[in-house]
Design a protein around this ligand. Structure first.
Ligand code: NDP
Length: 504
């Protein structure tokens, strides 16, 4: 006996008799308006796409678990971090940044490393990158910066002039540019890269003491990268290679994992620290702040439906839980607004009800009501205002984060120590990179910067020279630039350098 197939239905459950032939006036006549099945099918298809993310559009995601491996209760009261051995469900999404949804995974670009922890105190999101620093440190520059990584408004092509014009006018980008053009700028797969919070966050304990922290998720698979030649071949052969790799590894039971290490500073240490710990273009050198192992993240389950679970996944750095809070890092402050705002645009006011985004181990008890696509009972018959004396949920002051003293003149302030900007990229070049790393770095830069106007090449190469003369010399040589000119530009202040390389 053959098994009876389930019957195809329309969106509202009514059975469909024929899904191959539209209803027409006779075999050769036009389609009838009354073919409601056809109309429903076409109109839903017409609305299948939602706006792609303006950044991080191409990505892959998976579920997993985070396990605590060290006691951190003296630093944070977060319940999901409260006990060695405690496990919390997680959803992770990795991505490139600048490319569109159909772009290749092997592009040179930072990689997003976003985690959602489904804790018993609500969802906690950590929206990191595979780089410990960033190009800019003020959110006012973010839309401009991203425009330069996208397409020229006239040609609709990627444009090395836009790219290098902006970066060479933004010297604080030099550290991240150095990381990006090192071999780490193209991880071999999403499994073979680290994830960093990049930002400084605040942890606070149940005594009301707080600490500044940075997260480092170190890959247990080891760092593996593609050279630019390997990456070019991969873009041509399999633009989805990293997406495929993550899915296939998890499907065959080869579950990738990362060890979480934390750098932790007291507010007293931070006050006199040699770098501004709220400047995202800087790291905290390990010699100053050794990292401590705190936990393990393992990804072990693939999504069943990409659109439902990955395309609609909405991470939000403002999703905190008690024990974790923001720092004054200006870029972070901008992101606290922008992620939620983007999700409202892409997914609507009730995006928190989409299963992948919903709190799984806590329940919502807010007075937010209604809005498009409210798919639960919307708070039912309970009161929809606060304060109320109708038995509705109320705030509990015990969950307030410890206060922090803030003072200063309201104004548009620059970062205080711009000359710091060249120290850490110089250290990376001189002390961390091998001779082969340096050779690849310079080759990668020359291959890209060579497409920009010569005045931009000169201005940018002067910044490399300021980080380390050998670095600048290598790039100048590769581009065939006059080293004397580069050296002169490097000795100038930024304003004079910009004037000297202005468009005539
Ligand atoms: P360390 O020698 O203690 O740390 C250097 C770190 O650099 C390593 O831990 C590794 O990070 C990372 N690294 C190794 N090879 C490369 C490479 N080819 N490209 C990019 N990063 C690499 O020195 P410091 O802590 O004093 O840092 C020196 C410089 O290293 C910094 O100025 C910064 O540019 C870079 N760096 C520092 C990090 C930090 O948090 N202190 C993190 C990453 C880079 P990992 O172990 O995370 O893989």
């Amino acid at each position: 006996m053959t098994k009876k197939k389930s019957v195809l239905t329309g969106a509202f459950g009514a059975p469909v008799g024929n899904d191959l032939n539209s209803k027409t006036a006779g075999p050769r006549g036009p389609v009838l308006m009354e073919d409601v099945h056809l109309l429903e099918k076409l109109s839903h298809f017409d609305r299948e796409r939602i706006p792609e993310r303006v950044v991080h559009a191409k990505g892959a995601g998976a579920y997993g678990v985070f396990e605590v491996t060290a006691d951190v209760t003296k630093y944070t009261r977060a319940k999901f971090l409260s006990k060695v051995g405690k496990k919390t469900d997680v959803f992770a999404r990795f991505s490139t940044v600048g490319g569109e949804k159909g772009s290749a995974d092997a592009e040179r670009d930072p990689r997003g490393f976003a985690l959602k922890f489904y804790t018993e105190e609500g969802n906690y999101d950590m929206t990191g990158n595979n780089t410990p620093v960033f190009f800019i440190r003020d959110p006012l520059k973010f839309p401009d910066f991203i425009h330069t990584q996208k397409r020229n408004p006239a040609t609709n092509c990627k444009d090395p002039d836009m790219f290098w014009d902006f970066l060479s006018l933004t010297p604080e980008s030099i550290h991240q540019v150095t990381v990006l053009f090192s071999d780490r700028g193209i991880p071999a797969t999403y499994r073979h890269m680290n994830g960093y919070s990049s930002h400084t966050y605040k942890w606070y304990n149940d005594k009301g003491e707080y600490f500044w922290v940075q997260y480092h998720f170190k890959t247990d698979q080891g760092i593996r990268n593609l050279t630019r030649q390997e990456a070019a071949a991969m873009c041509a052969k399999d633009p989805d290679h990293a997406t495929r790799d993550l899915f296939e590894a998890i499907a065959r039971g080869d579950h990738p994992s990362w060890t979480l290490e934390m750098q932790i500073m007291t507010p007293e240490q931070a006050r006199d620290y040699r770098y501004d710990i709220f400047d995202i273009t800087k790291v905290w050198p390990h010699a100053d702040v050794p990292a401590i192992k705190v936990g393990k993240l393992t990804l072990n389950r693939n999504p069943v439906n990409y659109f439902a679970e990955v395309e609609q996944a909405a991470f939000n750095p403002s999703n905190f839980v008690p024990g974790i809070a923001a720092s004054p890092d200006k870029m972070l402050q901008g992101r606290l607004f922008s992620y939620h705002d983007t999700h409202l645009h892409r997914l609507g006011p009730n995006y928190h009800l989409i299963p992948v985004n919903q709190a799984k181990h806590a329940s919502e008890a807010s007075y937010q009501r209604d809005g498009a696509m409210r798919t639960d009972d919307g708070g039912g018959s309970g009161p929809n205002y606060w304060p109320n004396s109708m038995g509705g949920p109320g705030p509990d002051a015990g969950f307030n984060e410890p206060p922090m003293v803030l003072e200063g003149d309201g104004g548009r302030h620059e970062f205080a120590h711009p000359n710091d900007d060249f120290v850490q990229p110089g250290n990376l070049f001189r002390e961390v990179m091998t001779a082969q790393d340096r050779e690849h770095l310079i080759g990668n830069i020359v291959a890209h910067l060579g497409g920009a106007q010569q005045r931009l090449q000169l201005r940018q190469t002067a910044l490399f020279f300021k980080a380390d003369p050998e670095y600048g010399r290598g790039v100048a040589q590769g581009l065939g630039l006059d080293l004397g000119k580069v050296r002169k530009l490097a000795a100038m202040g930024q304003d004079d350098r910009v004037r000297a390389t202005a468009k005539e």
